[in-house]
Design a protein around this ligand. Structure first.
Ligand code: GDP
Length: 319
């Protein structure tokens, strides 16, 4: 692998950010670009909230709350308490420090900056070495069709209803007309691009919206570099969140094998947990078993090294 080899990692929030952090830590500076899902974005209290971008920024900057798994550590909640006292909308929690991100993002967007430019500013101010890009500067909004309540916007489903209503279908409104963010298109065309990684994110809620932006799925189908995915399902269960529940509701068996079929034709290497060793994968795909449950920072960097190894990246280049 050449000295300037670049990696592009597709990520949602919590699961994806864990591996993104591991990769950021083991790769030489300037080699990693993380492409974030923006299908979860929404306007709340007049502010543009980008949950997956923020989880990635806070995680890569070491500002994330390791207990809750979202938002910033050492957060205070004066704003929420005051809002509640006024009878305001309090179903979506915004910590005081987190609020600053949404206020600043919204100000810059209102001044005419693109989401890419705003994300780049935040990345730079937070001192993050890896690049972080939204999948698109155009709005794409994930919507969830539920059995009991019909179509719900994503955050009212995910946070407001805690993923309780049974899911029948998903849609990514706006995706058809969205364009890949300029940095994403450039990263895909970069001659130095050596591999694409699909992080262990929810395939349906975090990765599919990225693949729905025209050009993205095709660039994986017609890939000129290896694509590696890490399964977010370990021994039939999600580590966190609604992935397994949603798979059952969509009529799919929650398993690494289902993840493998979902990525058929897009992925060359699927990293599965050691608990799923020996998994049969579709033709054209190779399964590699590794410890994929990332509880500690060491787990994250170890999995990142295993991913690079599976891609044939020289250990020396990743030290
Ligand atoms: P969200 O946007 O915050 O829901 O985050 P993601 O879509 O990026 O991550 C959710 C997925 O991450 C779930 O399917 C989890 O099973 C998976 N996940 C979380 N932590 C881990 C981990 O340590 N290892 C693996 N393999 N998957 C994980």
């Amino acid at each position: 692998m050449s000295a300037d080899a670049q990696l592009l990692a597709l990520s949602g929030g919590i699961g994806g950010a864990k591996l993104a952090l591991g990769l950021d830590r083991v790769l030489p500076a300037g080699r990693l670009t993380v492409l974030a899902n923006t299908g979860d974005d929404f306007v709340h209290l007049g502010l543009h909230v980008s949950p997956d971008i923020d989880t990635l920024l806070y995680t890569l900057a070491g500002l994330d709350d390791p207990v809750r798994g979202w938002g910033r550590k050492d957060e205070t909640w004066t704003f929420m308490a005051a809002l509640k006292a006024l009878g305001g909308e309090d179903w979506f929690l915004l910590g005081d420090g987190d609020l600053a991100t949404h206020v600043e993002r919204s100000r810059l967007l209102a001044a005419g900056e693109t989401l890419s430019a705003v994300t780049e500013r935040l990345r730079s101010r937070l001192g993050i070495g890896s690049a972080v890009l939204p999948m698109s500067d155009d709005p794409v909004r994930t919507r969830v069709k539920t059995k009991s309540e019909g179509w719900l916007d994503f955050q009212p489903y995910f946070v407001g209803r805690r993923c309780e209503p049974e899911v029948e279908a998903l849609a990514f409104d706006g995706a058809e007309d969205a364009r890949l963010a300029p940095g994403v298109a450039a990263a895909l065309d970069d001659p130095a691009l050596a591999a694409i990684i699909i992080c262990p994110s929810n395939p349906y809620l975090s990765i599919d919206p990225i693949l729905a932006v025209p050009g993205m799925r095709a660039s994986l189908e017609n890939r000129r570099v290896p694509v590696l995915a890490v399964s977010p399902i370990i021994a039939g269960q999600a580590v966190k969140g609604p992935t397994a529940k949603m798979m059952r509701e969509l009529g799919l068996e929650p398993s690494a094998a289902t993840v493998a079929r979902h990525y058929e034709g897009l992925v060359d290497i699927l990293v599965v947990d050691e608990a799923d060793e020996g998994l049969a994968v579709p033709a054209g795909m190779r399964a590699v078993a590794a410890p994929t449950w990332m509880r500690t920072l060491e787990d994250r960097t170890r999995l990142a090294r295993r991913v690079l190894e599976a891609l044939g990246w020289q250990a020396g280049a990743a030290s």
